[in-house]
Ligand binder design. Structure first.
Ligand code: CU
Length: 172
C-alpha cells in the first residue's frame, strides 16, 4: 500500500511536470508570434499622379520605413506621424530628403548647430524638402514633386537620430 502511494505520487509529479513544460512551450510560441514584426506596406497608396506615403517615427528612434519608392513625375504626399509619447525636445522627429552627393554624417553634424531652426541648416543646397520637427502624437503632411530618377537618402536631423533614422528614397 505504501509502495503504491509512492508510485502514484511520482506519476502525478511526472504528469504535472509534463503539463508544465507544455504550457511553457505554448507561451514561448505565443511570444514568438507576437514579436514577429509586422510587414509594413512599403509600396505606397497611389492615386493618379500622386503617391501617398505614411512614415512614422517612434520613441525607439525608428522610422517604420527604410525605403520609399515613387514614380518620376509624381507628386508625393508624405505624412509623417510621431507615434510615440516623448516630447519634441527629447525625441523630435522630422523627415529630411537629402540632395544626391550629400554626406549624411557631415550634414548631421551641421544640423546640430541649428537647434533654433529645428535642426535644419539654413542656406544649404543639401535639402530637397523637409517636414517640421514633431513630438509624440503629432502629425504633418507635405506635398512635393518627386525629384528626378535616382536614389536619395532621407534622414531625421534631430541630433544623433540619423544613426537609426535613415532610409532610401527611390524615384523610378
Ligand atoms: Cu528623430
Amino acid at each position: 500500500m505504501k509502495m503504491f502511494k509512492k508510485i502514484s505520487t511520482l506519476s502525478f509529479a511526472i504528469l504535472f511536470a509534463a503539463c508544465g513544460s507544455n504550457t511553457e512551450k505554448k507561451e514561448e510560441k505565443e511570444i514568438k508570434l507576437n514579436s514577429t514584426p509586422k510587414v509594413e506596406e512599403t509600396k505606397s497608396a497611389k492615386e493618379e499622379g500622386v503617391t501617398k506615403v505614411r512614415l512614422t517615427g517612434n520613441d525607439q528612434m525608428k522610422y517604420n520605413l527604410s525605403e520609399i519608392r515613387v514614380n518620376a513625375g509624381d507628386k508625393v504626399e508624405l505624412t509623417l506621424e510621431h507615434v510615440g509619447k516623448m516630447s519634441v525636445e527629447t525625441m523630435g522627429h522630422n523627415f529630411v530628403l537629402l540632395a544626391q552627393g550629400t554626406n549624411m554624417q557631415e550634414f548631421g553634424a551641421k544640423a546640430v548647430e541649428f537647434k533654433d531652426n529645428n535642426y535644419i541648416p539654413e542656406s544649404t543646397d543639401n535639402i530637397i524638402v523637409h517636414t517640421k520637427m514633431l513630438g509624440g502624437g503629432e502629425k504633418t503632411t507635405i506635398t512635393f514633386d518627386a525629384p528626378e530618377k535616382g536614389e536619395y537618402d532621407f534622414i531625421c536631423s534631430f541630433p544623433g537620430h540619423l544613426a537609426l533614422m535613415k532610409g532610401k528614397f527611390i524615384v523610378e
